[in-house]
Write a protein that binds this ligand. Structure first.
Ligand code: GTP
Length: 207
């Protein structure tokens, strides 16, 4: 069995093609996949990080940006501890859609979810959204802000490590009675935070 003390669920959302899958693959596998196809529904990967000598397992859910999968992806917001809203700094329409994504988050996620805005693809030289505009948007909506490049690996480790560290800080404020649905292959397991007497965020063993 893995030895980790905390399990946090992190969900990535944002328009199709902004680089959600590439960010997850860069962080979990250290690679930038060539010819990455569009995500179908939802996918997840796991990585354990260490913060203050505590092992933290991040369960990272990569959702499809395409509209036709929206009803599936929405159901994954509810139990997220952190939501990463991604746009492409070289594609204005992906930034213009952020208010719509925020409305989705308001509607489907916990009010206590940690929200992070990420401007991805900073390696590109055809930037359309200046950093200050992204920062302003994040500030107005009480979000953390970071710019990344999944391709060049800029700020990707920092993004997930800071989320893990922040969740450690605020963990007592998060609603730990929220059920967490874990889709593993075709099977689905539901369990509840705090269902064992090891503490709020310790995890039950999965069957
Ligand atoms: N230049 C550059 N291209 C990137 C970066 N991240 C992703 N891409 C490219 O952007 C395209 C889309 O990447 P994905 O990771 O599949 O995007 P997604 O947001 O997961 O898309 P959906 O699964 O359809 O929602 C691919 O061609 C990637 O190679 C980046 O940091 N820099």
């Amino acid at each position: 069995m893995d030895d980790y003390k905390f399990l946090f669920k992190v969900v990535l959302v944002g328009n199709a093609g902004v680089g959600k899958t590439c960010l997850v693959r860069r962080f979990t596998q250290g690679l930038f996949p060539p010819g990455q196809g569009a995500t179908i529904g939802v996918d997840f990967m796991i990585k354990t990080v260490e913060i203050d000598n505590e092992k933290i397992k991040l369960q990272i859910w990569d959702t499809a940006g395409q509209e036709r999968f929206r009803s599936i992806t929405q159901s994954y917001y509810r139990s997220a501890h952190a939501l990463i809203l991604v746009y492409d700094i070289s594609c204005q329409p992906t930034f213009d859609c952020l208010p719509d994504w925020l409305r989705e988050i308001e509607e489907y996620a916990s009010s206590k979810v940690l929200r992070v805005l990420v401007g991805n693809k900073i390696d590109r030289d055809d930037r359309e959204i200046p950093t200050r505009v992204g920062e302003d948007f994040a500030q107005r909506h009480n979000m953390y802000y970071l710019e990344t490049s999944a391709k060049e690996s800029d700020n990707v480790e920092k993004l997930f490590n800071q989320i893990a560290a922040e969740l450690m800080e605020v963990r007592i404020l998060i609603d730990f009675t929220t059920p967490v649905n874990l889709r593993m292959g075709w099977e689905q397991y539901t369990h509840y935070f705090g269902c064992e007497d090891q503490g709020l965020f310790s995890t039950c063993e999965f069957p």
